[in-house]
Design a protein around this ligand. Structure first.
Ligand code: EPU
Length: 331
């Protein structure tokens, strides 16, 4: 791999910068770490350094070091909505671990640290008889990741619940953003562009009877059951739904369900899910995405836009063919 020579024989200046990094960070640093175990697809090559900061001050120190040394970085939450390159990444991946889990109820709000699993936030709200997170039933991932990507269902999404979000900006400053600052749209917020790690969020909920909350949760769980693959490795919906239609419906209509490339295939249960059977590659998922886009475009003129995010050292052209397809151009 190209990056390896850099890793094994770094120039002198780089050695001291990385030495400084190792001394500076109080959390865990894993160097040349395969990223696959940290993604729901179970795909992705080694990253130069995976860092799990200890606290917010540690995140600030990491962000300052990255800015000073102009080292590229990526933020990984639960890794449930990403397609990480087989080549890995020659920069730093920041992932908030156990230190960033935990919640406190304050009146009708829930303050949650960013790495808190969404499902635990939902359960805690239920315990406190607070409604508003039931739609998270069955959504994997963390509170921070769900906010950044504005996760949700077709009718409810995280952005609506946000009171404020605490982030660390790219200069290492702590900032508090309010709901309007996030510029929430369908599966989108400003945090997807800014790459500022979310460290904590306050969610606005409302009091409700336990029975009502339970009934809502059941409704969401039941909706997903049988409609979405559960056990097999996947990253949820691969494409956003196009206006007035559904990506899954289009894939099914074109008879693409079950279509396979290597060890990856389009789910038979839901056409907008791609399954990794194990032993496959991110490039195989990419090939299936490209095929879906081309077939759907050919048949309907619709250009599907990916929902999942590409991460790591992809060949830029390869990635642009799929992620810029909806902008028109190359077919
Ligand atoms: N459909 C088919 N064939 C399929 C899949 C779906 O004909 O293989 C049809 C369904 O019958 C239905 C329509 O397409 O009429 C929509 O399907 P579904 O209800 O499964 O929802 P979706 O629009 O495909 C969205 C979100 C999901 C979320 C569900 C339920 C997007 C891209 N996806 O899926 O979110 O769980 O609604 O609320 O908006 C995710 O974002 O990762 C995700 C899983």
């Amino acid at each position: 791999m190209k990056g390896e020579s850099l890793l094994n024989h770094p120039p002198r200046a780089e050695v001291s910068a990385w030495d400084q990094f190792r001394k500076l960070v109080r959390g865990k640093i894993s160097e040349n770490q395969p990223i696959a175990p940290y993604t729901s697809y179970g795909l992705g090559g080694p990253v130069r350094a995976l860092v799990e900061p200890k606290d917010t001050a540690d995140v600030q120190a990491v962000m300052r070091w990255l800015a000073e040394h102009r080292v590229p970085y990526l933020l990984l939450g639960g890794g449930t909505n990403v397609l990480f390159a087989d080549e890995g990444f020659r920069g730093v991946v920041i992932r908030l671990g156990k230190e960033f889990q935990g919640m406190a109820v304050e009146g009708e709000t829930l303050r949650a640290k960013a790495a808190t699993p969404l499902v635990l936030a939902m359960r805690r709200a239920r315990q406190e008889r607070l409604s508003g997170l039931e739609f998270c039933a069955g959504i994997p991932g963390t509170v921070g990741g769900a906010i950044a990507g504005n996760a949700g269902t077709r009718t409810e999404w995280m952005g609506e619940r946000v009171c404020e979000v605490t982030v660390v900006d790219d200069q290492g400053e702590v900032r508090t953003l309010e709901k309007n600052d996030l510029h929430c749209a369908y599966r989108h917020t400003v945090l997807k562009e800014k790459a500022w790690p979310v460290v904590e969020a306050v969610l606005q909920l409302q009091p409700a009877d336990r029975e009502v909350i339970d009934a809502n949760m059941r409704r969401y769980f039941q909706y997903r059951r049988g409609r979405q693959p559960k056990i097999e490795k996947n990253a949820g919906s691969v494409f956003k739904n196009p206006p007035g239609d559904f990506a899954g419906r289009l894939v099914e209509q074109l008879g693409l369900k079950g279509k396979r490339v290597g060890r990856c295939r389009i789910s038979e249960i839901h056409g907008n899910f791609i399954i990794h059977e194990g032993g496959g590659s991110a490039r195989e998922v990419l090939a299936l995405m490209r095929e879906i886009q081309l077939k759907v475009f050919e048949a309907t003129g619709i250009r599907l836009e990916p929902e999942i995010l590409p991460m790591g050292d992809w060949n830029p052209e390869e990635i642009a063919a799929v992620w810029d397809f909806s902008k028109g151009g190359d077919e």
